[in-house]
Write a protein that binds this ligand. Structure first.
Ligand code: GLA
Length: 408
């Protein structure tokens, strides 16, 4: 029992250990929030047949407009990021990147200016290797030029992928791009896929070096539009096999990939799970969805300020899986002001809600103390638990109960 308590306390008092220094570019002091093309719009380049959904300046502009008009910007979603498939097939004569001229006729600088004029920030995607995963020109041999081009265009966030490259070159390559980005003098969030390709091929990765180089980093497979994908990611994080929760903190974050609320694959309960668990895991909240066509329930979850404030808690401690009881996962995230978030997650599909009869000891909390539990989505229902008192938690199938807990 003591072990969990001690680890939690250590993280509250110290944050990530000293040797795990973050990239010091002053950015991402809380997990970045924004919107990205990939999960929902993929590599759709067919503007002739699908003009409203192809990867184009038109799509980016309308998403920037909607982030503002529909209230996303005001709760913190600020980055608008184009993923793969924005590039022309060749560089220009001077070796600089060019956007596809038909889909981005006004150029990227113009698009970044437009996004900035909306009070938002602008992000772009490139790849460390010969080609991007979609087959467009990669940054290999051009990193310095590309970093300068991004700075000239007014880019605020660079997602740097790792297709078509040698995995042994990752540390030096990602560090070099980080160096070139910083050297431009423009502040750009640096999002890396370095650990992902290493981990899924069974290779070791130096996460302390990753944290020193990148503001966020992917460790695991791409999210897909399904419950099984979301739970697979949560379980990977819960297993914490590389002890990676300790590398998260102000300036650098583990990235479990995009938030997919509002798409086709998740029920309302499942959408609650994704947003609650991404808050608990101090994960970047980068949505990929069609903001023009959102169910009101999805939009309300994405804009729930109570959940966002857990995600953005200034301590920046990533939550961890405390234990499993009666098939329910119990997760704990330390928060500022002597609080914590507790999540009860029911992954099971057996149809009826599962009950837990819980005591403070079951939650690895001190039985000599008194705690105030407040349901975290609404922050309206509160109860007090003390000493050996038992209480019940009911969790729907594919559902979550989330509490903010304060020691009195
Ligand atoms: C990889 C990345 C995705 C996306 C695609 C683009 O699969 O993991 O997030 O960027 O490439 O091709």
């Amino acid at each position: 029992m003591e072990t969990f308590w001690t680890i939690g306390l250590f993280m509250v008092l110290h944050g990530p250990p000293d040797e795990v220094k973050a990239l010091d570019n002053g950015l991402a002091l809380t997990p970045p929030m924004g919107w990205l093309t990939w999960e929902r719009f993929r590599c759709n380049t067919d503007c002739e047949n699908d003009p409203n959904n192809c990867i184009s300046e038109r799509l980016i502009k309308v998403m920037a407009d909607t982030l503002v008009s529909d209230g996303y910007r005001s709760v913190g979603y600020e980055y608008v990021i184009i993923d793969d498939c924005w590039l022309a097939s060749e560089r220009d004569q001077d070796g600089r990147l060019l956007p596809d001229p038909k889909r981005f006729p006004s150029g990227i600088k113009h698009l970044a200016d437009y996004v900035h004029s909306k009070g938002l920030k602008f992000g772009i995607y490139e790849d460390f290797g010969k080609k991007t995963c979609g087959g467009y020109p990669g940054s290999e041999f051009y990193m310095q030029t590309d970093a300068k081009t991004f700075a000239d265009w007014g880019v605020d966030y660079v997602k740097f992928d790792g297709c078509y490259s040698n995995l042994n070159d990752f540390p030096a390559g990602y560090e070099a791009m980080g160096f070139f980005l910083n050297n431009t003098g423009r502040q750009m969030v640096y999002s890396c896929e370095w650990p992902f390709y290493k981990i899924v091929t069974g290779l070791s990765v130096d996460l302390a070096a990753v944290r020193k180089t990148c503001n966020l980093w992917r460790n695991y497979y791409d999210v897909q539009d399904s419950w099984s994908s979301v739970t697979d990611i949560i379980n990977f994080w819960g297993n914490n096999s590389l002890n990676f929760t300790k590398y998260a903190g102000p300036g650098g974050w583990n990235d479990p990939d995009m938030v997919i609320l509002g798409n086709f694959g998740l029920s309302h309960e499942e959408e609650r799970v994704q947003i609650a668990m991404w808050a608990l895991m101090a994960s970047p909240l980068i949505m990929s969805n069609d903001l023009r066509h959102m169910r009101s329930s999805s939009k309300a979850l994405l804009q729930n300020r109570n959940i966002i404030s857990i995600n953005q808690d200034i301590l920046g401690v990533q939550g961890f899986l405390l234990r499993k009881l009666n098939g329910i996962q119990i997760w704990n995230r330390r928060l500022s002001n002597n609080r914590m978030a507790l999540a009860f997650l029911n992954e099971n599909s057996d149809g009826m809600p599962r009950w837990l009869d819980i005591s403070l000891a079951d939650l690895k909390l001190s039985p000599t103390m008194t705690y105030n539990f407040t349901e975290a989505f609404e922050m309206k229902t509160t109860f007090v638990i003390t000493k050996n008192k038992q209480f019940k938690v009911s969790v729907n199938p594919h559902g979550v109960q989330l509490y903010v807990v304060k020691q009195l």
